[in-house]
Design a protein around this ligand. Structure first.
Ligand code: GDP
Length: 435
């Protein structure tokens, strides 16, 4: 990364692309890593020195000593979960103190009542459920937009905190009643926060101001996306989306800086596709190949343990993600998982109402109707986990990567061939004028 640059690392699918590993890698070059949206529903799994760490809210940069980590006001923060994550990191030997982590005082707070409402709604929805993680994130964002949220800064002012909680519960309890659930009292909500309230105060500050000052000093900022482009609340497969805007354009908004601070966008995609929860997924495989991808790729949710739906890489969806994020270059993860699958299929078009579409039809409700059109490519049988340069990869693996690059017109700069920090094939920067 160049001085004063800002790189967004964004998921180009439905999340779980391996962004955590990529952010961890690129964090080595950055001065600060900032989360700009989402809450504890992110499940970044990092394997460093053979040790597995799952991060839900704290930026992946925390595993690099000396990097500043920031949770922007575009995130929703569960104070109890945040403190628990700090404890987990401490147990793994990573100290999280206010010199390392800054939490925006303007970030909306996830309260116990939000989690209860999340569960109540999913239970009432039955088969129509969205498949949320049940962490209260959606309800907390609703309160932010309806201007009713408790924010992190309120933790410093107990009387104001109580007033806000009381005002909030008036409507929240009506909703819980409607779902046949017991009401909650302000005392319960405040008591749940009390064990962590004082502890978190030293971490609170002005996230945007801190990042802007860093940028002015030539600092490099890594914006860490959570979930993926196709789960964006405005541009994803609505209504089966997350409750925040996941795309790169929201990075500056959620971090609290101007858009000029974002200078580049790296998109992360698996060599195949997965999706957790409900919603359209045209390239889904219900056969033994899907089962193989799930088993070999260990496709189970990092936060919830839910089995992920698996299928072939969807290039129209990837092109769509490239467009809505302004992705300039790609990282392809989990190529090693395709070992032994022959042929490997890649969806090049969607046929929708008899028409071939090279990009996703814009109306997401129409997506399930479309049928994928595939290109079959020869697979590879070699173990590629030790590959570090393109020449180490089997010809058929290189062919697949070249096919993807040509189809989406973006260069692949890194291919991940295993969960470990060092298990990557790096491609030389292109000189042919590609972005
Ligand atoms: P994220 O939320 O986008 O960071 O994705 P997850 O952490 O949910 O999923 C990525 C999972 O795949 C983690 O368990 C990683 O350790 C693992 N992983 C990442 N890259 C690779 C890879 O190239 N090959 C394999 N086999 N596993 C990988």
């Amino acid at each position: 990364m160049n001085p004063a640059s800002g790189l967004v690392v964004v998921g180009a699918q439905w999340g779980d692309e391996g962004k955590g590993k990529l952010v961890d890698l690129y964090a080595a070059e950055a001065d600060a890593v900032v989360r700009y949206q989402g809450g504890t529903n992110a499940g970044h799994t990092l394997v460093v020195d053979g040790r597995k760490t799952v991060l839900h809210l704290i930026p992946s940069g925390i595993l690099h000593p000396g990097k500043r980590c920031v949770i922007g006001s575009g995130c929703v923060v569960d104070p109890v979960a945040l403190a628990a994550e700090m404890d987990e990191l401490a147990a793994a030997g990573v100290t999280v103190d206010p010199t390392r982590l800054l939490v925006s005082f303007a970030a909306p707070v996830i309260l116990e009542v939000h989690k209860r409402l999340d569960h109540a709604r999913e239970a009432s929805a039955g088969a129509a459920k969205i498949g949320t993680t049940g962490r209260g994130i959606g309800p907390a964002y609703e309160d932010a937009v309806s201007r009713a949220a408790v924010r992190m800064g309120d933790l410093a002012a107990p009387e104001r905190l109580r007033r806000r909680v009381e005002a909030l519960l008036f409507e929240k309890n009506a909703l819980l009643r409607a779902h046949g659930r017991p009401e909650v009292t302000p005392d319960e909500i405040i008591a749940a926060l009390e064990p962590v309230r004082e502890r978190l105060l030293p971490f609170l500050g002005d996230a945007g101001a801190s990042l802007a000052a860093l940028n002015a000093d030539g600092g490099r900022i890594l914006f860490e996306g959570a979930q993926g482009a196709l789960l964006d609340v405005w541009h994803g497969t609505y209504p089966f989306v997350t409750s925040s805007s996941t795309v790169a354009g929201n990075a500056a908004v959620g971090a609290g800086v101007g858009p000029q601070l974002v200078t580049d966008v790296l998109g992360v995609t698996k060599a195949y596709a997965t999706r957790v929860g409900s919603g359209p997924f045209t390239t889904e495989l219900d056969d033994e190949v899907g089962a193989l991808l799930r088993r070999v790729g260990r496709e189970f949710g990092a936060t919830t343990g839910r089995p992920r739906r698996c299928g072939w890489l969807d290039l129209p969806a990837l092109r769509y993600a490239i467009r809505i994020n302004g992705i300039t270059r790609l990282a392809v993860t989990k190529l090693d998982v395709l070992r032994g699958i022959d042929p490997v299929r890649v969806c090049t078009h969607h046929a929708w109402r008899g028409q071939p579409y090279a990009v996703m039809p814009g109306v997401s409700d129409a997506w399930p109707e479309s049928t994928p059109v595939y290109e079959s490519l020869p697979g590879f049988t070699e173990d590629i986990s030790a590959a570090r340069t393109p020449a180490d990869l089997p010809a058929n693996a290189r062919r697949l990567l070249a096919f993807i690059e040509a189809a989406v017109e973006r260069p692949i700069e890194l291919v991940s061939v295993g969960p470990g920090r060092e298990e990557n094939v790096r491609f030389a920067a292109r000189t042919d004028g590609a972005p």
